[in-house]
Design a protein around this ligand. Structure first.
Ligand code: ZN
Ligand code: ZN
Length: 375
């Protein structure tokens, strides 16, 4: 780590949908109380970054994308009290850390009511820019952590590739599983075998789920799901009713206890009402983009005593749970294999293309490598 104070850092900037990211230099911010500067060692490009680049998710440019990242503390604010991680341990220069995608104010109505993830002043890394620095995304050499960011130390035993998605998919799944009250002895259906679905399968299996039934439109993804704890996989591309048959078989016709909807497909939500047993629970996570309305019969929800929850963003406790889970589960489940391509910051657009071509679940970018070419 270079601890001499630099004045500028390079970042890959999103300007407008359909255009390649552009490498630009930005001044490093002067830190205020409660802030830190992190030297980013690795970022992973996520499906939602692709949504932004394609124009499916509105993000105003110029913005530095990338919200799944890990790095080492390069600088801590000299003013105010010493900055601590979520466990209240003081942070030091060189600490390896991840941090919550969203920073919260700690004072508004929602922060006050146990919903910091929906803070009125919520700031999301990799989605927007502060008025103090453009360096707020993972596709950059440094990231400026503002006050109200939950920071969690990451042990060296977790590789960069495994740890990067912790503050996106893993923490979101930890929030979803917590909302469900855990998975022990539950018959679980998971719609979607992307990063969220695979992580959910592994977490459900780790918690002792009775069955983990994963559905997807891709046979290749379903094969992977088997490595992540799925006991049954169902390809619903040609015959969506195959999932109903599978759940009937597994539950002797009673219906499943718990469903995690990670795909965002309205059909999967509609089908979930049928698949659940009386008193079952549906946790909606994947619906983070506009779709047609899902149609369901309210009478069925009432008569079956169903519970439906939405999960969006997560709390600092969920991020801690995510790191704890990865420490325990990364030897059992092949999380490392989900990041199978790596790029430098200069080649970031190749990483975007590789992810778009679905060659990888995640594409990694190492901002500190291969930066000799001038831009
Ligand atoms: Zn993400
Ligand atoms: Zn707030």
């Amino acid at each position: 780590m270079n601890t001499t104070r630099r004045s500028k850092a390079r970042a890959a900037v999103f300007h407008t949908p359909g255009k390649p990211l552009e490498l630009c230099e930005f001044a490093l911010p002067v830190l205020q109380a409660g802030e830190a500067l992190v030297e980013i060692t690795c970022s992973t490009i996520c499906g939602s970054d692709l949504h932004t680049i394609r124009g499916d998710r509105p993000v105003a440019g110029p913005t530095v994308l990338g919200h799944e990242m890990i790095g080492r503390i390069a600088e801590l604010s000299a003013s105010g009290s010493k900055l601590c991680d979520v466990a209240e341990t003081p942070l030091e220069i060189g600490d390896r850390v991840t941090w919550s995608v969203a920073a919260s104010c700690g004072k508004c109505f929602f922060c006050d009511h146990g919903l910091p993830q929906k803070c009125e002043q919520l700031f999301k890394y990799g989605h927007e820019t502060t008025n103090r620095s453009a360096l707020s995304g993972g596709l950059a050499k440094f990231c400026h952590l503002i006050r109200g960011t939950a920071i969690v130390k990451v042990p060296d035993s977790l590789s960069d590739h495994v740890a990067c998605p912790a503050n996106c998919a893993t923490a979101t799944v930890a929030a979803a599983v917590r909302t469900a009250g855990g998975c022990q002895d539950q018959t679980v259906v998971i719609h979607g075998a992307g990063m969220l679905g695979l992580t959910t399968a592994a977490m459900a299996a780790t918690q002792g789920a009775a069955s983990v039934i994963v559905s997807d439109l891709s046979e290749q993804r379903l094969v992977r799901a088997r490595d992540f704890g799925a006991t049954n996989t169902v390809d619903v591309r040609e015959d969506p009713s195959a999932l109903s048959e599978a759940t009937r078989d597994v539950t002797s016709g009673r219906g499943v206890d718990l469903i995690f909807e990670m795909s965002g497909a309205p059909f999967a939500i509609e089908q979930s009402i049928e698949l659940l047993r009386v008193g079952g629970q549906l946790v909606l996570v994947g619906s983070v983009f506009p779709t047609r309305a899902a149609q369901m019969l309210p009478e069925q929800i009432v008569r079956k005593l169903l519970r439906i929850d939405g999960v969006h963003n997560y709390t600092p406790a969920n991020l801690t749970a995510a790191i704890d889970f990865l420490i325990k589960a990364s030897n059992t489940y092949p999380f490392e294999s989900l990041v199978d391509v790596e790029f430098t910051l200069e080649d970031v657009n190749d990483g975007v293309d590789a992810l778009a071509a679905k060659d990888a679940v995640r594409a990694a970018v190492r901002p500190q490598v291969g930066h000799t070419r001038r831009v």
